[in-house]
Design a protein around this ligand. Structure first.
Ligand code: C2E
Ligand code: CA
Ligand code: CA
Ligand code: CA
Length: 280
């Protein structure tokens, strides 16, 4: 027993060591990812109850020679921790606006409202965030009302005044805000009044449990009816099955995003979706 305990410890130590090495490798590679052009964006369709394309969410991808395709859930927290998220976030902003301007010039379908861009709390907290966004709009000549900045609930409960002030300044330029992963954070809708928010994105965990857990049904119902009172739009994330779409539709949630409709796609496919009047 003693022997196996020692082996287990050695194994544990090796595991730990391996994790530390992997993390160090990742961090090192992350530092040169922008200059090596290793990031790219994919776009996931957002659709209306009739299956029309109403928007995209831009999602970052990182391919590194040694590490392969690293999912954002793995590298975004590291980027936040080591202070690289600002640079990466600005790259995302710049790239999306560039792309949007191209699409804008091709002519957007009337149902299409714009692109959701994930903003890290660290990126938003930067003193110069508002100016950075203005600068990108200036350079790219994108229509700012096509930008839908996705922020998280947690961000709204810290430094309320400075966060609100930044949001209102961006709102003056017709930039929109969505609350991402709604329902997982502080869930008090009261504080939402202070901020110029246009949309709530219902977290995919509620949608996933919708058919099995009555409580998720209740939560989504509550979010939808309160959002209606506050004149906020609601979009459900992570819709994977027709049944989920139908239940959501009955509850009154009329915008969706998820594998049932479409997975995130590359720029070429996204451009095709935009130009072909496709329904999902
Ligand atoms: P998120 O903002 O909640 O994005 C939605 C995630 O759900 C995406 O994962 C998307 O691919 C995935 N998804 C979409 N439909 C379905 C579905 O039907 N089922 C399931 N199971 N998943 C679905 P992804 O692309 O791996 O991104 C993960 C997270 O990484 C994002 O969660 C977001 O928090 C972060 N992220 C992604 N891109 C960026 C970015 O450009 N900047 C920042 N700061 N964070 C980003
Ligand atoms: Ca998001
Ligand atoms: Ca989300
Ligand atoms: Ca998330």
């Amino acid at each position: 027993a003693k022997e196996s305990g020692r082996n287990a410890y050695r194994f544990y130590r090796q595991e730990m060591q391996q994790q530390i090495t992997e993390r160090a490798l990742l961090e090192k590679a992350l530092h040169s990812a922008i200059s090596k052009d290793e990031f790219y964006l994919v776009y996931q369709p957002q659709v209306s109850e009739y299956g029309q394309l109403i928007g995209f969410e831009a999602l970052i991808r990182w391919f590194n020679e040694e590490l392969g395709l690293v999912p954002p859930n793995r590298f975004i927290p590291v980027a936040e921790e080591v202070g690289l998220i600002d640079e990466i976030g600005n790259w995302v902003l710049e790239s999306v606006c560039h792309q949007l301007k191209e699409w804008q010039d091709l002519g957007l379908p009337p149902t299409f409202k714009g692109v959701g861009i994930n903003i890290s709390p660290y990126q938003f907290a930067k003193e110069c965030f508002v100016e950075t966004v203005y600068g990108v709009i200036e350079r790219t000549q994108v229509d700012p009302s096509l930008l839908d900045l996705e922020i998280t609930e947690g961000m709204l409960v810290e430094n309320i005044t400075s966060v609100a002030e930044k949001m209102w300044r961006l709102k003056e330029h017709n930039i929109r805000f969505s609350i991402d992963d709604f329902g997982t954070g502080y869930s008090s809708l009261r504080y939402l009044q202070h901020f110029p928010i246009t949309q709530l994105k219902i977290d995919q965990s509620f949608v996933r449990d919708l058919t099995s857990d009555p409580q998720s049904h209740v939560i989504i119902n509550t979010i939808v009816s309160m959002a209606a009172h506050m004149k906020l739009s609601v979009l459900a994330e992570g819709v994977e099955h027709q049944e989920e779409k139908e239940i959501l539709n009955n509850i009154g949630c009329l915008k969706y995003q998820g594998y049932y409709f479409a997975k995130p796609v590359n720029v070429g496919m996204a451009t095709h979706y935009l130009s072909s009047a496709i329904t999902f």
